[in-house]
Ligand binder design. Structure first.
Ligand SMILES: NC(=O)c1ccc[n+]([C@@H]2O[C@H](COP(=O)([O-])OP(=O)(O)OC[C@H]3O[C@@H](n4cnc5c(N)ncnc54)[C@H](OP(=O)(O)O)[C@@H]3O)[C@@H](O)[C@H]2O)c1
Length: 204
């Protein structure tokens, strides 16, 4: 499959490497396509990984992963331009946590989620929340001991199936949660986990 990965950070680089290693054709979008880590991937997977700016990368893929900070995912998509996403499945692996001192909250409040806001911004694409609860390094290599299922949510059944099949191809057991509103629980669980970790740090 031709897959666009937007953002050459921890998640983007890990996914790009794993997807290319599995034989997919990856276009990695970066604000700085000369980033050494991205160039290194292109060298490791000649012909399978290409690095470009965000717009060219989105245009190239059938499936797009927005591996950018969660609080900014809607802004990044809008800046790229909604028409470029039309007809594509868009994976949102983000956690929109905002940290303010000891407090952790979602940039999208309690009655919304990054994934739903992204879907509203990209009405002609099909957003699927996936991979947000998995460490970057494990996303395409869950390992034989992995017992957690990979949870996905999205309003389009075909798009959910595409993402579920992709995750299953890496060995994940997939739990399909159904509609995109279920992203709220996924995003909330990360925020609660992060808040708990901050409390532990503060008390130690
Ligand atoms: N790290 C994990 O293990 C993990 C696991 C699950 C989910 N997530 C979620 O996945 C998302 C990405 O995480 P990450 O760890 O890959 O983050 P990261 O290492 O900080 O990378 C995010 C990338 O987003 C791009 N970006 C675009 N606009 C940006 C801006 N204004 N400021 C900073 N970066 C910007 C940058 O790529 P370019 O400079 O190349 O354009 C940057 O490298 C987050 O929402 C995170 O919560 C992370």
């Amino acid at each position: 499959m031709r897959i666009s990965v937007i953002g050459a950070g921890e998640v983007g680089l890990s996914l790009a490497r794993g997807l290319a290693g599995a034989g997919h054709s990856v276009v990695l979008g970066s604000r700085d396509p000369s980033k050494p880590a991205a160039i290194e991937l292109m060298r490791l997977f000649p012909g399978s990984v290409r690095v470009t700016g965000y717009r060219d990368a989105v245009e190239a893929g059938e499936l797009v992963v927005l591996a950018v900070p969660g609080r900014l995912v809607v802004d990044v998509a809008e800046e790229i331009g909604a028409p470029l996403f039309a007809g594509k499945t868009v994976i949102d692996p983000t956690n929109p946590a905002v940290v303010d001192g000891d407090a952790v909250s979602s940039a999208f409040g309690t009655d919304d989620s990054a994934a739903e806001a992204l879907q509203r911004a990209l009405p002609d694409a099909s957003v699927v929340k996936a991979f947000s609860q998995i460490e970057a390094a494990l996303m395409t290599s869950p390992g034989p001991e992995e017992r957690r299922p990979l949870r996905i949510a999205g309003d389009d059944e075909d798009a959910r199936k595409l993402v579920a099949d992709l995750a299953a191809s890496f060995g994940w057991k997939v739990r399909d949660l159904g509609p995109l509103t279920r992203s709220r629980a996924l995003e909330r669980s990360f925020i609660e986990w992060l808040a708990g970790r901050k409390r532990e740090d503060a008390s130690s």
